[in-house]
Each structure stands twice: as C-alpha cells, then as structure tokens.
Write a protein that binds this ligand. Structure first.
Ligand code: UDP
Length: 242
C-alpha cells in the first residue's frame, strides 16, 4: 500500500496501517508464511488474499453470533478495516483433537478426540519462543485480570461451538485453532487477529478412509505441498455455502 497510510506495525503475516479515524486500523494480509517461530519462512503468492477473504467471512459469521470482534469491513481483496485494539500478549489455543505440539509434549496420540475441548495458553513472546503459560503465571505477570481471562476462555469455547458446526457443514474437521484478543478504547475485550488456515487446523472430511488430509498451514510446516490449492479449496467451500 502506498504512503497515504502510515505503517504502524509489521508482523509475520500482516501489516497494520493507521486509519483517518484513530479508533480504526487497516490490516493488510501478506503472502509470507512462517513456522516454528519463523525458523522456516516462505512466500506463497495469493495466500494473503485467500486468508483475508476466509477470515473476513468467518468474522462476519462470529459477529452474527454475537461474538465481539475487531472486524469492521473488507476494504479490498487483501485488506480489512478493523477497530484498533491493544493486543493482549497471549495466544489462546483450543484443541478438539490432539495434534502438533500437544503430541510432541505429551504421550497423547495424534488425532485423539478430546471429549472436553482443551485450552492451552501461550505467552506471545518471540524471544522466549511463545512458551506454554499457566493461569497463575498470567496473574503473577499481571498480564490481565483473572476475570478477563475467564471471559476470554468463555468466548473461546463459544467460538469453538460456532466454528466447529460451520466447518462441519462444509466437510471440514476443526482440529484446533489459535485466537488473540485485545482491548478497545473503552476497555471492551474483542477478538482480534485472523481466523484462517494459517491458525486453524482443518482436515478434509471428504475422505473414504482414515487418512488425514490437512487443508491448512501443516501443508507448509510438514512440507506436504499444495498450500495455495488447500486454502483455495477452503475459500471455495465457504463461497459455495454462504
Ligand atoms: N498456532 C498459531 N500460531 C502459533 C502457534 C500455533 O496460529 O504461533 C495454531 C496452529 O496453526 C494450530 C494451533 O494453533 O492450529 C495449535 O498449534 P500447536 O500448539 O499444535 O503448535 P504447532 O504444531 O503449530 O507448533
């Protein structure tokens, strides 16, 4: 984007620009992909647009279901306008099935269905490699109050119910996902960031046998190839459904 808007923050997958209205920001989705705390990097042409479209429609669905979010509107194919929030430095991961780091750190077998969704919270800190953190440590560090943490956990569980049922309708299993929250200027907690195959594990349910077909960033993490094809397939299924 050209100079009219000032870049205020550049992350691994998005750029944030200021807006004429100081309560809003402009968020541009990049084509860059990173994994393992940016040890692995690549660029996938078209990923930014796909994630922007997918995320916008998922946020609209959540808003319809009364989830408070930062999303305001799509600006163009790879840019959204959102409410400005002060991001809480926590990554809230919800797991419906065991996979990824949960299986590396425990003896739970990949794919195991978790009767009760598991919430794992990580401290958003690249230098420390985003460590798993406890409620007591969050309190000790005074990151947020325990009431606000409870509210975030409650919102995450509600979001899971909405997303799980939505993805099932388009033949996708929602294995796990990561959320980020923040405070708006009136101190309301809003869902921020994005919801896309970059931060959700989505498995194709259109399979005759039990093979796992990942339509998400595991295609990059695990060198499976076909990332853009997978993201396009998700975008197409959402398009056909909505
Ligand atoms: N995740 C993410 N950003 C991160 C770490 C994880 O969006 O920095 C997402 C990831 O895409 C998956 C879920 O959170 O949907 C759980 O990831 P996990 O803890 O299993 O870590 P990973 O296997 O990605 O190292």
């Amino acid at each position: 984007m050209k100079n009219k808007y000032k870049l205020i923050y550049e992350g691994k997958a998005k750029k944030v620009f200021n807006h004429d209205d100081s309560d809003k920001v402009i968020i541009e989705f990049k084509d860059d992909a990173t994994a393992f705390n940016a040890l692995k990097k690549a660029k996938f042409e078209g990923k930014g647009k796909l994630n922007c479209q997918i995320s916008a429609r998922i946020f609209e669905l959540l808003i319809k279901n009364n989830i408070p979010t930062h999303f305001l509107e799509l600006k163009n194919e790879k840019t959204i306008i959102a409410k400005k929030i002060k991001v809480i430095p926590l990554e809230i991961v919800l797991r419906n099935n065991a996979y990824g780091s949960l299986c590396k750190q425990t003896t739970i077998k990949p794919g195991t269905f978790l009767a009760k969704p598991l919430i794992d919270i990580y401290l958003k800190n690249d230098e420390l490699n985003d460590p798993l953190i406890t409620k007591d440590r969050i309190e000790l560090m005074k990151i947020i109050s325990s009431e606000d943490l409870d509210l975030i956990i409650d919102l995450t569980l509600k979001i899971n119910v909405i997303l799980k049922s939505f993805f099932k309708k388009i033949q996708l299993k929602l294995v796990d996902f990561k959320l980020e929250f923040g405070f708006d200027s009136k101190n309301n907690i809003l869902l921020g960031d994005e919801i896309s195959p970059d931060n959700c594990r989505l498995w194709d349910l259109n399979q005759k046998n039990d093979t796992i077909v990942s339509l998400d960033k595991d295609r990059f993490r695990n060198d499976l190839g076909g990332l853009i094809e997978a993201y396009s397939e998700i975008n197409r299924r959402i398009d056909n459904f909505i």
